[in-house]
Design a protein around this ligand. Structure first.
Ligand code: SF4
Length: 332
């Protein structure tokens, strides 16, 4: 598969008063054409900050990209001007947000909001854009699209709003779609429909997709590869099947153990003990050490690099260490 996106040592920090919060602290990964990469982890691990950094949608009042590069067709997105970004965002790379109610503009009809992407990026006439909007609404499974064009967001259900968001994101056939918890605000049956819809359209247009989720069940179904984040860094990455068959990082093992199972009769679900550390906490040791049942003195003395195992499976844990294994961080 062709490489679409290559992220190298991305660092995004928030500032709050005199504190600096390294929300994304040296993250590297890639995305190939037609591939779905899942980014998972608990809230506060840096997943959404990675997404917003990639599409240049950070709140500039308190967030800054401090380093790294994001190569898209060989060009560093971090060095693009505002004008260049207006041609990239929505056209080449688009985003589906978690909450359509806050992402859609309440004072414009859904049809106008989808058409805007087409008239701005594709230079379509109003008539051409209207016809294309009807096609897109059909594509995302909105019934009676001709009459739904003139609906305002509040006249649609949550599921319909999310379908409209997907239509906006796909309007210009982007090469990459970033979906940040796209179904979290929906009930379970609608979730399944929306995920199936996204997967069908992604496959049809051979788009690359980055799916951000805290739900391991969803990433198991949708993703080719998984990247697990903890404390602003990648702690494990590999093929989905390999990670589910043999997770190597204790944090990933904890996430997988937290998935409810129909086969087990348990009164309470497993939860990883403790909570995600504050990102302002000093590092220099394994960021998961405070919650890890396998922590030993070395884990508190130095932070493990990403250690590569078989088939590109990488894990940031001293348990992976073997004399002949390479360290990814050393190559970066
Ligand atoms: Fe646990 Fe040590 Fe591995 Fe960190 S490096 S996850 S503390 S065993």
């Amino acid at each position: 598969m062709n490489m679409l996106l290559s992220v190298r040592n991305l660092k995004t920090y928030y500032r709050s008063g005199s504190s600096v919060v390294p929300a994304v602290d040296g993250v590297s990964f890639h995305l190939r054409k037609g591939e779905v990469l899942g980014i998972v982890g608990e809230s506060g691990c840096g997943k959404s900050t990675v997404a917003r950094s990639l599409i240049n949608l950070l709140d500039k009042s308190n967030a800054r990209i401090e380093g790294g590069e994001v190569l898209f067709h060989g060009e560093d997105l971090m060095k693009q001007s505002r004008k260049a970004w207006s041609r990239i965002r929505g056209k080449k790379i688009s985003m589906i947000f978690q909450n359509p109610q806050s992402a859609l503009n309440p004072v414009y009809t859904v049809g106008d909001q989808i058409a805007e992407a087409l008239t701005v990026h594709q230079k379509m006439s109003r008539k051409e854009a209207r016809d294309r909007v009807v096609e897109l609404l059909k594509l995302v499974g909105i019934p009676e699209p001709e009459s739904r064009l003139t609906n305002y967001p509040h006249e649609m259900s949550g599921g319909m709003q999310q379908r409209a968001m997907i239509a906006i994101a796909l309007a210009c056939h982007p090469e990459i779609v970033i979906a940040d918890e796209p179904t979290t605000a929906l009930d379970v049956t609608i979730q399944a429909q929306i995920l199936a819809l996204m997967d069908r359209i992604r496959a049809q247009f051979q788009m690359g997709m980055i799916l951000i989720s805290h739900n391991m069940g969803i990433v198991a179904e949708m993703c080719d590869r998984i990247m697990v984040m903890y404390g602003g860094v990648v702690v494990e990455e590999g093929e989905t099947a390999a990670i589910f068959a043999a997770p190597s990082h204790p944090y990933t093992k904890g996430l997988l153990a937290s998935i409810p199972s129909l086969d087990e009769d348990r009164d309470t679900l497993y939860a990883i003990p403790g909570s995600v550390p504050r990102l302002t906490a000093p590092v220099g040791h394994c960021r998961f050490a405070g919650r890890c049942a396998y922590a030993k003195s070395k884990c508190w003395e130095s932070e493990p690099p990403l250690i590569e195992g078989e088939n590109g499976h990488r894990s940031r844990c001293w348990l992976m260490e073997a004399p002949d294994r390479g360290h990814d961080d050393e190559r970066e």
